[in-house]
Write a protein that binds this ligand. Structure first.
Ligand code: ADP
Length: 412
């Protein structure tokens, strides 16, 4: 598995730690060196001032001393070997600190032996370098271990994702419940997988349902085309009957495809304030335009938050069913809580009531097939209502009639 992030985090944190360690050691070393040299310098100045007050420069033996350009003491044979200015000088493998000062009218330069201090400091610096290297190596291993440990849940997620394909869409990532960002990531990926699986299954169902539902109209069309080919050219009646039946099959196929497509949609609804009565009247107008002559009573009105396209499909399907499964009176009541479509038709047996909302379910298959149903209408009604957080209820008395109710409750 790719460990690029682990390495990047390790190198980045090691770099930061290295800069901090080296910076600290460098400052420590420089400060100690400076304070040692300064105290030595102050010591030389103090000695010279003491001796100069007493006018006894001759007493100075252990310091290289030049007064007004004249060398008075040279225990290290430095005459002409180093510049007579402030600073640290190396001569012949040994180190000296030079101090220049003025006492009264005398210009004095003094140099003292500091090889022990400089060598000591060099030894300290070697040790500090060793400590720094050890510290950096330690921080490298610590950073690698921490990065590796912190990213192990991410690797688990990656392994989980690798194991998911179209054929194993039901698999989900393990959520360990640590509550950290990676746990949240796993949860979010699982939620995304839920959505993908739902829409994939819906597409799968759509393909399956379409191929299943189109079989009948297609074979009926094939039959009528055969009839047309044989007798259609000579017999005008057969020609008209067959083309009418083919047209019906085409209408049936397009309404099946349209409804199934609607059912397979995953989209969320966009809601607005809808005047339910106007929507009902629009639907009734469509029915009349398509040749229906049955009178339907409409009573009451309401404004509700809904997706007008969905609500229209719901109303159309309920009225379509009432028209199909009843001969008598049909009436629609619009109330504050709901919309009711009632008929005085054949009704639905009690034991079938909870099944009629299932896809492709028909109470009496031969009866309903003759009436042009294919068992999708009510499942679409239920699905669209649920998408708008509404509920569909049904009350029915066999032989007396049915009432379908779309309840929007407090939504209006
Ligand atoms: P279809 O396209 O067959 O009408 P639906 O899903 O709309 O499919 O309805 C499912 C079944 O419920 C129908 O086949 C029918 O038997 C029954 N049904 C629906 N509405 C009514 C009604 N108003 N009166 C009697 N039966 C009904």
């Amino acid at each position: 598995m790719d460990m690029k992030i682990t390495w990047r985090l390790t190198l980045f944190s090691t770099f930061i730690v290295s800069v901090v360690i080296l910076g600290m050691f460098f400052m420590l070393y420089e400060n100690v060196k400076l304070s040692l040299m300064n105290s030595h310098r102050r010591h030389i100045i103090a000695v010279i001032r003491t001796y100069s007050r007493r006018g006894m420069f001759a007493g100075i033996r252990k310091i290289f001393l030049v007064v007004n350009g004249k060398v008075l003491s040279d225990p290290f044979s430095l005459t002409g070997k180093i510049p007579y200015k402030d600073g640290i000088y190396e001569y012949d493998g040994e180190y000296y600190i030079g101090v220049s000062l003025e006492v009264g009218d005398k210009k004095i330069f003094a140099a003292s032996y500091v090889t022990t201090i400089v060598k000591g400091m060099q030894e300290v610096s070697h040790r500090l370098v060793l400590f720094a290297v050890a510290g950096i190596a330690l921080s490298f291993f610590a950073a690698f271990t921490i990065a590796n440990f912190s990213l192990s849940p991410l690797r688990r997620i990656l392994r989980g994702i690798e194991g998911i394909s179209a054929s194993s869409l039901e698999k989900r990532l393990e959520v360990v419940g640590s509550g950290d960002e990676l746990d949240t990531l796993a949860k979010e990926i699982n939620r995304m997988l839920d959505r993908i699986e739902r829409s994939y299954r819906a597409q799968e169902r759509f393909v399956h349902d379409v191929s299943h539902e189109l079989k009948n109209p297609l074979s009926s069309m094939k039959g009528f085309i055969g009839v047309l080919k044989k007798w259609g050219f000579d017999d005008e009646k057969i020609f008209h009957e067959s083309t009418n039946e083919i047209e019906k099959s085409i209408d049936e196929m397009s309404s099946v495809v349209e409804e199934l497509l609607m059912l397979s949609k995953e989209e969320t609804t966009e809601e607005e304030s809808v005047d339910v009565k106007s929507l009902v009247l629009e639907v009734l107008k469509d029915f009349h335009l398509r040749g229906s002559e049955r009178e339907i009573e409409v009573e009451g009105e309401a404004v509700v938050r809904a997706n007008p396209d969905y609500l229209k499909i719901i109303i159309r399907n309920l009225i379509d069913n009432a028209l199909k499964y009843s001969e008598g009176r049909i009436w629609i009541k619009i109330k504050g809580c709901c919309l009711e479509v009632s008929d005085e038709g054949e009704g639905i047996p009690k034991e079938e009531l909870d099944k009629i909302f299932d896809k492709f379910y028909r109470v009496d298959r031969s009866r309903d097939r003759r009436k042009g149903g294919h068992g999708i209408g009510l499942s679409l009604v239920k699905e669209l209502a649920e998408k708008m957080k509404m509920r569909v209820e049904v009350e029915s008395d066999l032989g007396k009639g049915s009432t379908f109710r779309v309840v929007w409750g407090e939504k209006s």
